[in-house]
Design a protein. Structure first.
Lengths: 127, 196
C-alpha cells in the first residue's frame, strides 16, 4: 500500500499516515476553494487501505478550522471509514478540539451522529 | 475655452474628488470600519483579507473563540462571493462584477458585511432560504446543517447550500439582508453578519 504524506499549507491540512502506529493524521486548517481536488488523494488512499492487509486504523482529526466546502469531503472520509469498519477492520476516530472551541466540538458531534463509528472527543489546549 | 479656464475646471474637478476621498474615509471611520474593499474578488485577495483580519483580531486581544468564529464566517462569506457570484456572470460573458466587503467593529462585537450582484431569477430562492434560516432557533439551525450535510448533495458550485446555514449557526444572530433591484435583471444583495 502506498503511503500518504501531504504537507499542510495555510489553506489545507497536513495529511499523513504513520505506519508504525497505524495512525492517519489530518491536522491544521481545511479551507481550500476546491475541496474535492484536495481530498481526492486521501479518498483514493482509503480505498487502497480498504483493499490492503492492514487490520486497523486510527484517524486523528486535529482541525483548527474547516469550511463548508471541506465538510462534505470530511463526511466522505468518514463514510469510507464506516465501510472499512463494516468489513471487519478496527477503526477508531479521535476528534480533537481546543478547550474553548465548542464549535469544533459540536462539529465532531454532528459527524458522530451521522456516522456509525464511535468518536473519541479529545480536548486539547492547542491544535 | 482658454487654456487657463480648462486648467481651472480640471483643478476644481480634482478638488471635488479630494473632498470625496475624505468624506468616504470619514464615513467609514465613524462606522468603525476596520477593512473595506470594493472590486473583483480573487483567491489571493481572499487570503490577504483573512490574514489582515486575523492580525487585527490578534492585536485587539480577542479570545480564540471570537477569532475562530470571525475567521470561519469570513471564509464562508468571501468564498461565497468568489464562487457563487462571480462565476455565473463571467460565464454569461459579462464583465466580472464588483463586490463589496467590509468588516466593522461595533459595541457588541463585529459585523461582516458583503454586497454583490445576483441574477433576479436567483433572488426568490436565496430570499426563501435566508428567511427559512432566520425563522429557526439555534437547535433547528443545527439540525438543518446536519441534514443538509448528511444528504450530501453538492451544488455544481460546491458547498451544497451549507454556507449560509453555517454562517447563521456560527453567528448565532439573525442574518440581516436585503435586495435592491439594479438594472433589468439583477439585484444588489447585501448581507450583514454579526459576530459577538
Amino acid at each position: 500500500m502506498d503511503s500518504i504524506n501531504i504537507e499542510g499549507t495555510p489553506k489545507t491540512p497536513t495529511v499523513k499516515f504513520d505506519d508504525a502506529t497505524d495512525t492517519l493524521i489530518i491536522r491544521g486548517r481545511s479551507i481550500p476553494e476546491n475541496s474535492i481536488d484536495f481530498y481526492k488523494p486521501l479518498i483514493d488512499w482509503l480505498d487502497s487501505f480498504s483493499n490492503g492487509s492492514r487490520e486497523q486504523l486510527t484517524l486523528n482529526m486535529e482541525l483548527e478550522y474547516f469550511n463548508t466546502s471541506s465538510s462534505k469531503c470530511i463526511l466522505d472520509v468518514f463514510k469510507k471509514l464506516e465501510n472499512i469498519s463494516k468489513q471487519g477492520k478496527t477503526i477508531s476516530v479521535k476528534w480533537h478540539y481546543e478547550e474553548d472551541d465548542e464549535d469544533m466540538l459540536e462539529a465532531g458531534e454532528d459527524y458522530n451522529a451521522i456516522i456509525d463509528i464511535a468518536f473519541d472527543m479529545v480536548k486539547v489546549e492547542e491544535i | 475655452m482658454t487654456k487657463l479656464k480648462k486648467l481651472y475646471l480640471a483643478k476644481r474637478y480634482v478638488l471635488t474628488e479630494i473632498k470625496e476621498i475624505f468624506d468616504l474615509y470619514d464615513s467609514m471611520e465613524k462606522k468603525n470600519i476596520m477593512l473595506s474593499f470594493k472590486g473583483e474578488m480573487s483567491t489571493d485577495l481572499l487570503t490577504s483579507i483573512l490574514q489582515i483580519i486575523e492580525n487585527k483580531l490578534d492585536r485587539f486581544g480577542e479570545t480564540s473563540k471570537v477569532k475562530k468564529r470571525m475567521f470561519n464566517i469570513m471564509v464562508e462569506c468571501l468564498q461565497n462571493l468568489h464562487h457563487h457570484i462571480a462565476q455565473p456572470a463571467k460565464s454569461a460573458g459579462k464583465e466580472v462584477p464588483s463586490v463589496i466587503v467590509m468588516v466593522a467593529k461595533n459595541v457588541t462585537g463585529y459585523s461582516i458585511i458583503t454586497g454583490n450582484f445576483v441574477e433576479d431569477r436567483e433572488v426568490g430562492d436565496l430570499k426563501n432560504r435566508l428567511e427559512e434560516i432566520n425563522s429557526m432557533d439555534k437547535d433547528q439551525v443545527k439540525d438543518l446543517y446536519k441534514s443538509v450535510l448528511a444528504e450530501g448533495k453538492l451544488s455544481e458550485k460546491g458547498g451544497g447550500g451549507l454556507g449560509m446555514i453555517d454562517i447563521a449557526r456560527k453567528s448565532g444572530e439573525k442574518l440581516d439582508f436585503g435586495f435592491i433591484p439594479f438594472g433589468e435583471d439583477q439585484s444588489f444583495f447585501s448581507l450583514n453578519v454579526k459576530v459577538k
